[in-house]
Design a binder for this molecule. Structure first.
Ligand SMILES: Nc1ncnc2c1ncn2[C@@H]1O[C@H](COP(=O)(O)OP(=O)(O)OP(=O)(O)O)[C@@H](O)[C@H]1O
Ligand SMILES: [Mg+2]
Length: 263
């Protein structure tokens, strides 16, 4: 009887363990399903925003073209004009240029990405992004410290698009830093992946904003559009990679682009 009781207890214990394992698996599956649903909703929302912006941007192009041509005509005749009229004409022209640049960014965002992949050296891509940023700010070149792994394996990716990602991350870091503040770009190999981290000692990001900063049009900058991170995370996605952020308000932020190494 003792033996029988023991066997039964043992069987019972095993059944309980199996049930617990099944419950844990079910909970995990449930969590993954909720996550997938959230991500599907997010991409549906993105697609809808994308279509709307593309339509609007497209419609704005033609009238802007007419305004631009008219303002150029006015500018070409400014000799006979009162000075204030000539000044207004130049405002119109430069504001049209600014609006056109904005529209190009909207259309870029809505356009499906076409990747031209090859073996890409992420150290070189980081150099290109830093040079690009320096060219855009000749008056105050960014103070970027390079901490590269010289034996970084190549990734299989689109060099131009990856440069855009690092450009956006470094630009944000520089914009978050005080004038002349150091931004660090660090690359390293991480089992099966390579990482490029962009670190700054700016004001950091509030925990509540950490997820929102990747939404299109989320910006806290007066001149910002809020597309830099949305575009960057889409490009990382298309490469099978990720962008992760860690930030401590008051101490700075670290954005890490992580990409699988090419086989
Ligand atoms: N390194 C950083 N430090 C602090 N805040 C940051 C940093 N990077 C991004 N952010 C926050 O995330 C927001 C969104 O960034 P994102 O690059 O998408 O847009 P943006 O820089 O505001 O405009 P743009 O379209 O010109 O890039 C920023 O407005 C800022 O609030
Ligand atoms: Mg930005």
């Amino acid at each position: 009887v003792a033996f029988l009781t023991y066997t039964l207890a043992e069987a019972n214990r095993r059944a309980v363990l199996r049930a617990q394992a099944a419950a844990a698996e079910l909970a995990e599956a449930n969590r993954r399903l909720t996550e997938a649903e959230a991500s599907a909703r997010r991409s549906e929302r993105l697609a809808a925003i994308g279509q709307l912006t593309a339509g609007l941007a497209h419609e704005l192009r033609n009238p802007l073209g007419t305004i631009k041509a008219a303002s150029e005509m006015l500018e070409s005749q400014k000799d006979g004009m009162p000075p204030v009229a000539a000044e207004m004409a130049s405002y119109i022209s430069s504001e049209v240029d600014r609006t056109n640049a904005l529209i190009t960014r909207f259309l870029d965002f809505a356009k499906p990405l076409r990747l031209e992949k090859k073996a890409v050296d992420l150290n070189r891509v980081a150099d290109l992004a830093i040079e690009h940023l320096a060219r855009q700010n000749p008056g105050s070149p960014p103070n970027v410290h390079r901490n590269y792994d010289p034996s970084l394996p190549p990734v299989h990716g689109d060099e131009e698009l990856l440069e855009r990602v690092l450009f956006n991350l470094i630009q944000n870091a520089v914009q978050a830093s005080p004038p002349g503040g150091i931004v660090t770009v660090k690359t390293r190999r991480e089992d099966g992946a390579v990482e490029a981290a962009v670190l700054d000692r700016g004001p950091g990001i509030q925990a509540a904003d950490l997820e929102r900063i990747f939404n299109p049009f989320f910006t806290t900058k007066s001149g910002g559009v809020g597309l830099g991170l949305a575009v960057s995370s889409r490009i990382a996605d298309e490469h099978g990679g990720t962008i992760q952020v860690e930030s401590e308000p008051g101490r700075g932020s670290t954005f890490v682009l992580r990409l699988p190494v090419s086989l």
